[in-house]
Design a protein around this ligand. Structure first.
Ligand code: ZN
Ligand code: ZN
Length: 354
């Protein structure tokens, strides 16, 4: 299994004897196992999936590359047994997932073995997608694009944000999505200036800007897009801000490529908004990786040193938020390529007045 081999390579480079994978998303990524209770123990030669009675059969089917170990009531005792058998003296654990409580339990159970909390190396592996992963994300985005087209006639004065969110979810689920990739953002009027304003009871009114930020899950993989639309007629100010955000996004889409770091990517859009005097109203990063999780590596932000590589998938989502007035965000999802990007988002970015 390629992913297991890549992780072992990484462990070897860092001179680590064994690693315990407890984050369920990483367990799924490395083994294929989708159950809610599973832990991986990986050494140079061993690959064990420790789970309980409920999942033994499912684990054997989904994770053929792993030896399935019944925890028989005590995961850490089983881990200790395997490590003793293999002669390992050190065990790395995922510091960015494990609770302090579990960390202490592992420490107590592993006599004579040094427990090393490290930032999980799996996040870096997950950042670069396989062809099958890209296909799943594209399938999720296709549903998301279709849902955007279908929701437009539904949006009119008098409707509540919550109703729009519910209808969008219904459309996406009917098209085969297994769920939402995150709690949907539907922010209208002054609520559109809340970067993460989840759908509320607010009634949509004439003249509102509406930020719709949503995505769905297909085969475990997420999609993510944002469009901002206007109800009735957009004011001159709304049009001006919309066009500047779009210009910032287009500058980033034209400039992003492999080899850049996250900070340089972020600057492509930020420079446009700063030049227009709107820098202080763009208070978040330009984008994030998307995969099994809605937010994952790499990051595009003023502090990100992540290097962009071919087959990474990131969002490009500049926004301007004017408190008490309105906000505009436009978000596409793209695949990084050697000399540019491939945009996975097909929805129009023409200014829409409903
Ligand atoms: Zn989004
Ligand atoms: Zn996003």
């Amino acid at each position: 299994m390629e992913r297991l081999a890549a992780l072992r390579q990484q462990l070897q480079t860092e001179e680590r004897e064994a690693i315990l994978i407890s984050n369920p998303i990483n367990v799924r990524y490395l083994s294929g196992f989708t159950g809610t209770a599973g832990t991986l123990l990986i050494t140079e030669k061993e690959a064990a999936l420790l789970t309980d009675f409920r999942y033994l059969e499912q684990a054997a089917q989904q994770a053929p590359a792993y030896e399935i170990v019944d925890i028989a009531g005590d995961t850490w005792k089983q881990v200790a047994n395997i490590l003793t058998d293999t002669g390992c003296k050190m065990l790395a654990v995922e510091a960015d997932h494990l609770t302090v409580d579990i960390y202490e339990k592992i420490n107590d159970a592993l006599d004579g073995i040094t427990v090393q909390p490290i930032i999980s190396p799996v996040a870096q592996l997950r950042a670069v997608k396989s062809t099958a992963e890209i296909a799943a994300i594209e399938a999720a985005q296709k549903i998301t694009d279709e849902a955007f087209t279908q929701i437009l006639p539904f949006i009119k004065p008098g409707i509540r944000e919550r109703e729009i969110a519910l209808e969008l979810e219904f459309i996406m689920r009917k098209k085969g999505a297994s769920g939402l990739s995150f709690t949907m953002i539907v922010g209208s009027g002054s609520r559109s200036a809340l970067p993460h304003g989840v759908a509320s009871d607010k009634v949509v009114a004439e003249g509102d800007a509406i930020v719709l930020d949503f995505g769905c899950i297909v085969n475990g993989y997420c999609s993510d897009m944002t469009r901002t639309v206007f109800v009735g007629k957009a004011s001159d100010k709304q049009r001006r801000i919309y066009n500047l955000v779009l210009q910032a996004q287009q500058a980033a889409l034209a400039g992003l490529r492999a080899g850049m770091n996250g900070r340089e990517g972020d600057a492509l859009a930020r420079d446009v908004l700063v030049a227009a005097g709107l820098g202080e109203y763009f208070g978040h990063g330009l984008g994030h990786g998307v995969g099994l999780e809605i937010h994952e590596a790499p990051r595009l932000s003023i502090s990100s040193e992540n290097t962009l590589q071919p087959k990474m998938i990131v969002t490009v989502e500049p926004g301007v938020y004017l408190p008490g007035e309105f906000g505009v965000r436009i978000e596409d999802m793209v695949v990084i390529e050697e000399d540019g990007i491939r945009n996975l988002t097909a929805s129009t970015k023409e200014l829409i007045c409903l």
